[in-house]
Design a protein. Structure first.
Length: 134
């Protein structure tokens, strides 16, 4: 744990700042007018596996995954990753619930969900249903 006032270069959702130190939960429950937008997303990794996560800054998080800086351990050895789907939500409870729902979907269902987004890749016949965990 770092001494008070110091921050690691990587800020995970619990450490999101808004100029003054507010965690996401504090901002949503008592931040007085601070509007928070959160995203749940699906990435396709270079080995064609899928990764689901959430963030408050989609562009930054995708960059972190691809640079190997602060990205998830799962994606670190599977770069580059590509954003294939995202949803915008306005509360922490909504985003965590939706992330859990998406993680429970099969690969085929996740790709079907992503297929509804502009520019999304369509599932190919050679993709098997049990190629990838979550």
């Amino acid at each position: 744990m770092q001494p008070s006032g110091e921050h690691s270069p990587c800020r995970y959702p619990a450490d999101i700042t808004f100029g003054v130190e507010y965690s996401v939960k504090q901002a949503m429950t008592g931040g007085r007018g601070i509007e928070v937008v959160l995203f749940v997303y699906i990435l396709e990794c270079s080995d064609r596996t899928l990764y689901t996560g959430w963030t408050n800054n989609l562009e930054r998080r995708l960059r972190e995954h691809n640079e190997g800086r602060c990205g998830a351990k799962y994606t670190a050895s599977r770069r580059p990753v590509r954003l294939i789907y995202f949803e915008e939500l306005s509360s922490l409870s909504e985003v965590l619930k939706r992330e859990g729902q998406i993680k429970k979907l099969s690969r085929k269902e996740k790709l079907r969900l992503a297929g509804g987004m502009p520019g999304a890749r369509k599932e190919t016949a050679r993709q098997g249903a049990n190629e990838e965990p979550n």
